[in-house]
Write a protein of this length. Structure first.
Length: 109
């Protein structure tokens, strides 16, 4: 019961390697900036999931925190506008997940 709701299509992020309004593009970007951008992308993705998902499904996902359903994590990474070089850093992937959880927690309140 922790996979995405039927018919859910991610509205957050752009295809891998693509550009989005708040994304980080190419060279000259520090790791700290990439982490900040990743957190913002995670929040956008989490808000999108929270907006489209049934309340019971959200509660089930939140109950399993910090374990993120693999299909959601895959969509989060694949939909990121960050270059792959940054996604290879643990800090960046952690910021994506943290942003996702922050957005889900906000909807719970």
């Amino acid at each position: 019961m922790t996979s995405a709701p039927p018919g859910y299509v991610s509205g957050g992020g752009a295809p891998a390697g693509g550009a989005s309004g708040g994304g980080v593009s190419g060279g000259g970007v520090s790791l700290a900036e990439a982490v900040q951008a990743a957190h913002e992308e995670g929040q956008e993705f989490g808000a999108s999931v929270a907006r489209d998902a049934p309340a019971l499904w959200l509660e089930a996902v939140l109950a399993r925190k910090p374990r993120m359903p693999s299909d959601l994590e895959a969509r989060l990474l694949q939909g990121s506008a960050l270059p792959i070089d940054y996604l290879l850093h643990d800090e960046v992937r952690h910021a994506l997940r943290r942003g996702f959880w922050d957005a889900l927690e906000r909807t719970r309140r």
